[in-house]
Design a binder for this molecule. Structure first.
Ligand SMILES: N[C@@H](CCC(=O)N[C@@H](CS)C(=O)NCC(=O)O)C(=O)O
Length: 201
């Protein structure tokens, strides 16, 4: 498999999952402004949507959308509990978290990076995001991980998005359980390896 990524972006969650599961894979960085890969290829020819993550499967198919990639990787390593077994209540909870992170946390945080967004609109978005973070923090008060008792792909995705918050002026220490979750996930060997591979450490 091959993952197209940008250092520290949402593709980091897929990168962590690939390492955690012990898959045989390669990575190639993408310049999102020029849509060129590190090797000079036209990224739009690989993923016409123009965004990362994109995962090229061993049969040549290209899988996009972070949530789909994370669920696919977990399904390919069923013994590792990167996701609870399909058909269980916990699996649906995992999907619920993944969609929440993608639509409520990821997109809201990414929007705050937009220099063209007027300050007033940014404040409104931040207030909504803070309420979503309140909810996430509450869920982590009594539980080390979002679903079950071991880390799943949802924890990798949450960790990735939370790592952007300081850059948009949001202090994660306002949510102690969420901050502790990030420290816990950062300490996983797979996460350290992914961060090093993306030259973030
Ligand atoms: N719907 C996509 C969105 C992915 C996404 O927002 N990727 C960002 C980086 S975190 C990106 O590549 N942005 C560049 C662009 O949209 O042109 C997903 O959930 O995977």
């Amino acid at each position: 498999m091959k993952l197209y990524y940008k250092a520290g972006a949402c593709s980091l969650a897929s990168h962590i999952a690939l390492i955690e599961a012990g898959f045989d894979f390669t990575v190639e960085a993408v310049d999102l402004a020029t849509k060129k890969t590190d090797g000079g290829a036209d990224f739009l020819a690989i993923n016409p949507k123009g965004y990362i993550p994109a995962l090229v499967l061993d049969d040549g198919q290209v899988l996009t959308e972070g949530v789909a990639i994370l669920l696919y990787l977990a399904s390919q390593a069923p013994d590792l509990s990167l996701a609870p077994a399909e058909g269980t209540a916990d699996h649906i909870r995992l999907v619920e978290w993944l969609v929440f992170i993608a639509t409520e946390l990821h997109k809201a945080t990414a929007g705050l990076f937009n220099p063209a967004l007027p300050a007033e609109a940014k404040e409104i978005s931040k207030a909504t995001l803070r309420r979503r973070l309140d909810f996430t923090d509450q869920a982590l008060v009594k539980s080390s991980y979002l679903v079950g008792v071991t880390p799943t792909v949802a924890d990798f995705y949450l960790f990735t998005v939370v790592s952007w918050l300081p850059r948009v002026g949001i202090d994660v220490s306002d949510w102690p359980s969420l901050a502790a979750h990030s420290v816990r996930i950062a300490a996983l060997p797979s996460v350290q390896e992914a961060l090093k591979a993306e030259k973030l450490l």
